[in-house]
Design a binder for this molecule. Sequence first.
Ligand SMILES: [Zn+2]
Length: 286
Amino acid sequence: MKIFISADMEGVTGVVHRDQLMPEGKTYERARKMMTADVNAAITGALRTAPDSEFVVCDGHGVMRNLILEELHEAAQLVVGPAHPNNKPLCQSQGCDGSFQLAFFTGYHSRAGTPNGLLSHTWVGSAITNIRINGEIVGETALNAAVVGHWDIPVGLVSGASELGPEAEASIPAGFVWVPTKTTYGVTAALCMPPAKTHKLLADGAAEAVKRFKAGKLRPHKPKLPVTISVEFHRREMAAKAVEVTGVERIDERTIGATADNTVDAATIAWKAVCRAQEEDPAWLK
Ligand SMILES: [Zn+2]
């Protein structure tokens, strides 16, 4: 079978602080190793119950060049490179299509506005207050579940810090395996399990996810169509800029919406709008 893995970094084993999340950070190199190892653990586990599986992993964090290709399991291929709308219109779900049967989300984090959530945000912390699908506030878990759900692909495994479990359970269809990698204390601190432990949990979780998929226990996340993905920005200037993208409408002072017949199109337009909103004004306009 074919399994799509969307890999983020904030929910990875041992990651609790911004210094670990960007290449200029002193502890980034260690964190990206742990990110790669988390993904490999999920792949190893899935191969236990589905030995002939192929995997595509989308590096879904920040610069999107975090996972270490030379350390990645040989059963996987890796989507590498920044999520410019012209390159990776599906952002953290780039590489997924109708040829996959199952999806895993590793290293995920809670949504923007989660009280005391570890490194919580949705898509772009510096720009976005909330994202909604058909009026419901969502995090990246429900957002990407809706994208892969377009192809009827269910999410079989979600891993991240403790507070993500309840968020995922409340926002995507039941049946997936939840793997906590750490217990959150606050925005930048958690009680962490070492890789030796989380890798066992991730491998066992992935093996169980494949079992549940084969038993028909997983359902794709399919929001009602036509679907509206709305983005509430921190500042009204961002909404004003985002609305320049074709297919985007202004909902209120700080909020824009992308409505489409399917979740892939709506997510593509919404992501393009978010990227446009962040563009700096040219020097001659400042
Ligand atoms: Zn991230």
